[in-house]
Design a protein around this ligand. Structure first.
Ligand SMILES: O=C(CO)[C@@H](O)[C@H](O)COP(=O)(O)O
Ligand SMILES: [Co+2]
Length: 237
C-alpha cells in the first residue's frame, strides 16, 4: 500500500522495468491531417519517423462527432505498411470488429464505456489474430478497466474527452496512467502498452512518459508542424 502511494506521488517514475530503455512509439492521428491529400500526408509522416497510423472512427452517438469509417481505412491500408492503430469511438463496437480486423487493422481499440460486454469484444479481436486495446474516457475510474488488464494488449487512456482533435491535455489523467502501469506491473504484464491520446505535444508527452505511457498519439501537433521529423522526434522521449 505504501509503495502504491509513493508510486502515485512520483507519477509512476518507478514503474515498468525496462520501459525507459526504449523510446516511446508515436502513433500519428490521421484526424489531424488534410484528408483530401491523405496519401501524401501518410507518406510524409511515415518519412518523418512515425511508428503507427492512428485512425479515429467516430459514430456521432458515442461521441459528438462523425469522422470516417471502413472506406477511408481501406485506403489508408493500401497507402502504407505501418501498423494501423484503429480507435473505435462507436457504441456497441462488437458489431464492427470483423470489418475493422478484415480490412487490416493491427491494433483495434474500443471504449469500455461503449461495450455492454468488454471481454467479448477483446475475445472477438483476438479471434482475428489482432491486438486488442481497451480505452477509458477521462471521467472513467481505473477500477472499471482493471478486470480486462489480464487479457488486453493495450490500454488507451484518453487525455481529452474523446470526439475532437486539437483539444487541451487534461493533467488529471496522469494519475490514471500511473495507476494502470502499477496494476499491470503487479500482474507481471509488462508487455502491455499504455497509449495516450489527446493534446499530446513536446511538453505534455514528458509527463505521460514519466507516468508510464509508451505509445503517444498525436494529431494536430504532428500534422501542424513545419518540421515533421523534429516533431516526431520530440515525442520519442
Ligand atoms: O481520439 C482522438 C480524439 O477523440 C484523437 O486521436 C485526436 O485525433 C488527437 O488529436 P490531437 O489532440 O493530437 O490534436
Ligand atoms: Co484517437
Amino acid at each position: 500500500m505504501i509503495c502504491y502511494i509513493i508510486k502515485l506521488i512520483y507519477g509512476g517514475i518507478f514503474c515498468k522495468k525496462g520501459v525507459y530503455d526504449m523510446k516511446s512509439l508515436v502513433s500519428a492521428s490521421l484526424l489531424g491531417c488534410d484528408l483530401a491529400d491523405i496519401r501524401s500526408e501518410i507518406k510524409n509522416i511515415e518519412k518523418a519517423g512515425a511508428d503507427w497510423l492512428h485512425c479515429d472512427v467516430m459514430d456521432g452517438c458515442f461521441v459528438n462527432n462523425i469522422s470516417f469509417g471502413t472506406p477511408v481505412l481501406k485506403c489508408v491500408r493500401k497507402a502504407s505498411d505501418l501498423p494501423m492503430d484503429t480507435h473505435l469511438m462507436i457504441n456497441d463496437p462488437i458489431r464492427y470488429i470483423d470489418d475493422y480486423a478484415g480490412l487490416g487493422s493491427d491494433y483495434i481499440t474500443f471504449h469500455l464505456e461503449a461495450a455492454p460486454d468488454p471481454q467479448a469484444v477483446i475475445d472477438r479481436i483476438h479471434s482475428h489474430g489482432k491486438f486488442a486495446g481497451i480505452s477509458i474516457k477521462p471521467a472513467t475510474p481505473v477500477s472499471e478497466v482493471e478486470p480486462y488488464l489480464a487479457t488486453a494488449d493495450m490500454v488507451l487512456v484518453m487525455t481529452v474527452v474523446p470526439g475532437f482533435g486539437g483539444q487541451k491535455f487534461i493533467p488529471a489523467t496522469l494519475e490514471k496512467i500511473s495507476e494502470i502501469r502499477y496494476m499491470l506491473d503487479s500482474m507481471g504484464r509488462d508487455k502491455v502498452f499504455i497509449e495516450v491520446d489527446g493534446g499530446i505535444n513536446a511538453e505534455t508527452v514528458k509527463f505521460c512518459r514519466e507516468a508510464g505511457a509508451d505509445v503517444m498519439v498525436s494529431g494536430s501537433y504532428l500534422f501542424g508542424a513545419e518540421d515533421k521529423s523534429a516533431a516526431v522526434k520530440s515525442l520519442k522521449v
